[in-house]
Ligand binder design. Structure first.
Ligand SMILES: Nc1ncnc2c1ncn2[C@@H]1O[C@H](COP(=O)(O)OP(=O)(O)OP(=O)(O)O)[C@@H](O)[C@H]1O
Ligand SMILES: [Mg+2]
Length: 239
């Protein structure tokens, strides 16, 4: 579903990604881990062109994401993104956040968009919260609204960048459970997280990054058995 070939990216002179190659299969969950500054966020942000790359190629479903004629709006409606900080529009209620792109990017009439939006909110356990403003929702609820907003576009791929690290500890579980349910439904996901228990339950593969390199690409079983190389083993021990 996603193929990175020799992807490199610099911030000025600083190499943030160095020749990353790897594949995420359809219906697979890949957890991306590694120390701070290793390029995890940069890597997943390249997939929907939030970050331009300097060399290499990224294919989604066999199509180059930089292909002429593939607009950034079209690309992003096929690739959902969930941020650490939720990124909800504070002046819109939950349902309006969820339906915004359906109405303004896809051009659906309000009624149709709201039916789809409500169904997604219900899937995330938020049917009763549809008309509430983000400020009236807990962090865990806001993050689930953000997930519903991504899913309503029926993305082929969902990218999540530390979706629980801004949450109070008591809310981490509800968001992880929601993500686990999506994995069980067969959604293709790349998730940056330090929640290694979650990774062990949900991931098909674990990618370990260090200094912009994909240092290990292992099955979850190999990774947790310590068979993904010395650096990955050390990292696992530390966290
Ligand atoms: N907008 C930017 N401008 C300049 N340098 C950046 C920018 N964003 C990231 N970097 C640098 O690129 C490198 C990779 O950053 P990135 O955010 O991808 O790491 P990360 O693995 O996600 O780290 P963390 O675990 O702290 O979120 C780091 O050295 C970082 O300082
Ligand atoms: Mg990051």
């Amino acid at each position: 579903m996603i193929r990175f070939s020799e992807v490199s990216k610099f911030y000025g002179a600083l190499p943030a990604l160095r020749g990353v190659s790897g594949e995420v299969g359809a219906g697979e969950v890949t957890v991306v881990c590694g120390p701070s500054g290793s390029g995890k966020s940069t890597l997943i942000r390249t997939v929907n062109r939030l970050e331009p790359i300097n060399s290499g190629q990224i294919l989604i479903g066999g199509r180059d994401i930089h292909e002429r004629g593939w607009s950034v709006n079209a690309l992003r409606s096929g690739v959902g993104f969930v941020f650490q900080s939720f990124g909800l529009f504070q002046h819109l209620n939950a349902l309006d956040n969820v339906t915004l792109a359906l109405r303004h990017v896809r051009g659906l009439p309000r009624k149709e968009a709201e039916a789809l939006g409500l169904a997604q909110l219900e899937r995330l356990g938020l049917a009763e919260r549809a008309r509430q403003m983000p400020s009236a929702l807990s962090g865990g609820q806001q993050q689930r609204v953000a997930i519903a907003r991504a899913l309503v576009m029926k993305p082929a791929v969902l990218l999540l960048d530390e979706p629980t690290s801004a949450l109070d500890p008591e809310m981490v579980g509800e968001v992880l459970r929601a993500i686990e349910a999506l994995a069980a439904d067969g959604l293709t996901m790349m998730c940056v997280t330090h929640e290694m228990g979650f990774a062990q339950r949900v991931a098909d593969r674990i990618w370990f990054m260090e200094r912009g390199e994909l240092k290990a690409d292992a099955t979850t079983e190999q990774f947790f058995k310590g068979e993904a190389g010395a650096r990955a083993r050390e990292f696992l021990k530390q966290i």
